[in-house]
Design a protein around this ligand. Structure first.
Ligand code: ADE
Ligand code: ZN
Length: 328
């Protein structure tokens, strides 16, 4: 099964680039940039990755990102992720970045976006991996700060395909950012949002009806509402599901209780993704392997999940078809 999963050409549509920062690189960058970490070793970092909720993870994740200072730091982190993509047969990736995590620390928007984009361009040229970049607003921050970030993105618009919404979900519903997303759409950005990870199904309804998203990140709590599931199927609104993330952050009690296959079999356009692979114990293939191990999934269904990843992507139809023929 492992070999079967590995050889499948796949797209990844939900990965936070800051969530790919491995402890080894975190330590190297901390040393280079003279930043003190609260851990003494790589092992100690890994041992600290025991989470009880989304917030317990976010606190550690934002602290880890403090080691990223220069453009080359952002480049190195992104390049390391792309090398893993190559090894895992991920041929297309749509990457989130959190500019506010960095601009809040005095790092320029340009430093972040140029470092990541340079690695993506090199990945396309040297590794043959196509990619898009998605700017995420931190939903625990204000509407005003989201507007500032949106406006700061303007000079780099050609490097960014979409905007998204991440960070602490409960208490920060999509409605808080309705006006920001309206302006983002007017600027020509496509929209996505994390919804229904810890928040209930009302967050998914709001993301669809108020933010006009074309894709829902996570969305696993849609199954609380049959009308919502029906809508997702009818409109083929994709869900970017992250099984290892959901069990690590206790959004789902155990992998054998995950609803991703039930949703797939009902006709929902679900895809598999890694979210923050350096923190959750595995990259994309480990997510396919986890559901293969704990749920009764056929090879045909694993292949369908890989096909869905291209259908749900922001690639144009010709590019989608070119990748899909590899999975015929
Ligand atoms: N930022 C990074 N990973 C996230 C997740 N799983 N949910 C919300 N915000 C995030
Ligand atoms: Zn996420």
């Amino acid at each position: 099964m492992k070999a079967f999963i590995k050889q499948l050409p796949k797209a990844e549509l939900h990965v936070h680039i800051e969530g790919t920062l491995e402890p080894e690189l975190m330590f190297a960058l901390a040393q280079k940039n003279n930043i003190e970490l609260s851990y003494k070793s790589v092992e100690e970092v890994r041992n600290a990755y025991q989470f009880t909720s989304l917030q317990s993870f976010l606190d550690i994740y934002y602290a880890g990102a403090n080691v990223l200072i220069t453009q080359s730091d952002f480049f190195d982190m992104t390049w390391a992720y792309l090398l893993t993509c190559k090894a895992q047969n991920i041929v297309h990736t749509e990457i989130f970045f959190d500019p506010q995590t960095h601009t809040k620390r005095g790092i320029a928007f340009e430093t972040v976006v140029r470092g990541i984009s340079q690695a993506l361009q090199k990945g396309e040229k040297e590794l043959g991996i196509s990619s898009f970049l998605i700017l995420c607003f931190l939903r625990h921050l204000s509407e005003e700060e989201a507007f500032e970030t949106l406006h700061a993105s303007l000079p780099f618009k050609e490097l960014i395909i979409a905007v998204g919404l991440d960070s602490s979900e409960v208490g920060h519903p999509p409605s808080k950012f309705e006006r920001v997303f309206k302006e983002a759409r007017n600027m020509g950005y496509t929209c996505v949002a994390h919804a229904g990870e810890e928040g209930d199904s009302s967050y998914i309804w709001e993301a669809i009806n108020l933010l006009h998203v074309t894709r829902i990140d996570h969305g696993i709590r849609c199954d609380e509402d049959a009308h919502l599931v029906k809508l997702l199927i009818e409109k083929q609104i994709p869900l970017t599901v992250c099984p290892l993330s959901n069990t690590k952050l206790k959004a789902v009690t155990s992998m054998d209780k995950h609803n991703v296959l039930t949703l797939l079999r009902q006709g929902v356009l679900v895809t598999l993704n890694s979210d923050d692979p350096a923190y959750f114990g595995g990259y994309l293939n480990a997510n396919y392997e986890a559901i293969a191990e704990h749920l009764e999934v056929s090879e045909a269904e694993l292949k369908q999940l890989a096909r869905n990843s291209f259908h749900a992507s922001f690639l144009d139809e010709a590019q989608k078809q070119a990748y899909l023929t590899l999975l015929a």
